[in-house]
Write a protein that binds this ligand. Structure first.
Ligand code: DGL
Length: 263
């Protein structure tokens, strides 16, 4: 049975979910969070749906066994393939997923051109097809798979020439479009937002779902009367590359993630 003093689990394949965690901490400063990065198995976005479903269930159940009051799947890829099955198996759990923030992006201009950057697996899944279907008469939507980008973030290369060259090559086809908006449909991408903007040039607006996810988490906890009544919250980092250690000092989650959280 969930209780208000329990922590909130936040989960991603690696560092990316820290972009969501940052908004959660900002909005819910009195909560305790357990952040789990499955870095030993990242990246998820180039794996098969079945593989990612198995990995997601395994992390979920591991976190569940610690006693948490809510789960934030801070990964578009894992949400795409596993959130429906998790909700079916655990109907009493509070499970918040993420999806590309297409809705606010299509409202940014009359019939805008919107690129959705995400992992190959997210864009292949039915969940994305149905999201895109809801807005396809209101905008020109360009799904754009960014294989290889997550690896830069995972090794902490979030600025510099190597990253910029990679992005210039990857995003070149998008430069031919008059983009009004770019949706960051992978939680790793906000960590390299400036480099993405630099490559694209121009004045496209950038959208990501982190703030919306944090607001939804607050709403769900409020509705269930599970908001913490403590005074100061905390974050514990777990990293599958360092099993059974809390806050592993060698983990990039602590080094880069910690800095990003405080920036
Ligand atoms: N951060 C994840 C997402 O939002 C996936 C990254 C990966 O490929 O592991 O889709």
């Amino acid at each position: 049975m969930a209780e208000s003093k329990m922590p909130i689990a936040v989960f991603d394949s690696g560092l990316g979910g820290i972009s969501v965690l940052k908004e959660l901490v900002r909005l819910l400063p009195n909560e305790n969070f357990i952040y789990y990065g499955d870095t030993a198995n990242a990246p998820y976005g180039i794996k098969s749906a079945d593989e990612v479903r198995v990995l997601t269930f395994s992390v979920y159940e591991r976190l569940k066994s610690r006693g948490v009051k809510a789960f934030v799947i801070a990964c578009n890829t894992a949400t795409s393939v596993a959130v429906a099955a998790l909700r079916e198996k655990y109907p009493d759990d509070i499970i918040i997923g993420v999806e590309p923030a297409l809705k606010p992006a299509v409202l940014c201009a009359p019939h805008p051109t919107v690129a959705v950057l995400a992992t190959p697996l997210t864009l292949r899944e039915e969940k994305f097809a149905s999201l895109m279907g809801r807005f396809s008469d209101k905008a020109k939507i360009i799904p754009f798979a960014c294989a290889g980008l997550v690896e830069f973030v995972e090794r902490g290369e979030i600025t510099g020439e190597g990253l910029q060259e990679f992005l210039d090559g990857l995003l070149a086809p998008l430069k031919r479009e008059q983009l009004d908006a770019v949706v960051l449909g992978c939680t790793h991408y906000p960590l390299v937002k400036d480099a993405i903007l630099e490559s694209l040039g121009g004045g496209a607006l950038i959208f990501d779902g982190s703030e919306g996810t944090a607001r939804e988490t607050k709403r769900r906890l409020e509705a269930a009367r599970l908001l913490s009544d403590g005074t100061e919250g905390s974050v514990i980092f777990l990293d599958s590359s360092y099993p059974d250690v809390e806050n592993p000092e060698a983990s990039a989650l602590l080094r880069f993630g910690g800095e990003y959280l405080c920036s």
